[in-house]
Design a protein around this ligand. Structure first.
Ligand code: COA
Length: 260
């Protein structure tokens, strides 16, 4: 696939997607959002991809937000449509992907950038990373799920402080808040993401997809997470991965999951 704003590379079960607009600090314009949708969709379908790593190019930014120059003169209606489409094709899409997505936050993750990292299943950060939702400083509110996912991850009080002050927190604070799982140097960031991906790859990808579904259901309005868990748990018993996983354990050997 030919992309203008992102780079993709697949090696040893990992697809790395890199947002590649470094002169604009990887800000998310419309085309980038569309390309990311296509890249995530393709990686999720590709049987050779077991884990996706998302990062930003350059040493300064993961993503410095939605591209402000694109929406500065939007009407109410256009603003609403922008958020609705973005949430559907990228932010909700990534969160509900069956393939695990690790965000490697390598610098500024602001506005839509932090919202994108929060839509990923796991966040790792480099020690220079800075995170925030500065939208109210522009007279707007987070529109790509930030008002929902930030309180889920850090609690309502901390989320409202970040949103209402429009301030940035550093990587260590983000770790203390539970917003990122680990903080390492920039050079160690992708190797750490790969190490984590390799650990995931030893497990059943089918079971992982079901676990993502059950965890997400508990946070989704109108869904009962416990019921989803029971359903997905039951369905696991019909999979070849379950047969292989339990048989390998009883035979005291390493499982070779067929991914079915
Ligand atoms: N949308 C569009 N362009 C952006 C952008 C965004 N969200 N964030 C950065 N850029 C562009 C800048 O306009 C600049 O482009 P130019 O060189 O053509 O003028 C380039 O990226 C570099 O940014 P600059 O502001 O010069 O870098 P800096 O190191 O001085 O500051 C930030 C870095 C992240 C503090 C600053 O760019 C910033 O505040 N960005 C906006 C963050 C934001 O409000 N995001 C939420 C959007 S809803």
């Amino acid at each position: 696939m030919n992309f203008e704003n992102i780079l993709t590379e697949t090696n040893n079960g990992i697809t790395q997607i890199t947002i590649n607009r470094p002169t604009k600090l990887n800000a998310l314009n419309k085309d980038t959002i569309q390309e990311l949708h296509e890249a995530f969709k393709a990686a999720d379908k590709d049987k050779s991809t077991k884990v996706i790593i998302l990062t930003g190019s350059g040493e300064k930014a993961f993503v410095a937000g939605a591209d402000i120059s694109e929406f500065a003169n939007f009407s109410e209606e256009k603003g609403g449509k922008l958020a609705a489409k973005g949430q559907k094709i990228l932010f909700d899409y990534v969160e509900n992907l069956g393939t695990p997505v690790i965000a490697a936050v390598n610098g500024f993750a602001l506005g839509g950038g932090l919202e994108l990292a929060m839509a990923c299943h796991i966040r790792l950060a480099s020690d220079n990373a800075k995170m925030g939702l500065p939208e109210v400083s522009l007279g707007v509110i987070p529109g790509y799920g930030g008002t929902q996912r930030l309180p889920q991850l850090v609690g309502k009080g901390r989320a409202l402080e970040m949103i209402m002050t429009a301030g940035m927190i550093d990587a260590e604070t983000a770790k203390n808040y539970g917003l990122v799982n680990h903080v390492v140097t920039q050079a160690e960031l992708i190797p750490l993401a790969e190490k984590m991906a390799n650990k995931m790859m030893r497990n059943s990808s089918v079971a992982i997809a079901k676990a993502i579904k059950a965890v997400n259901a508990g946070l989704e309005e109108g869904k009962n997470g416990y019921k989803t868990e029971i359903k997905q748990f039951g369905k696991s018993f019909g999979t070849a991965d379950f047969k292989e996983g339990t048989t390998a354990f009883l035979q005291k050997r390493t499982a070779e999951f067929p991914g079915e």
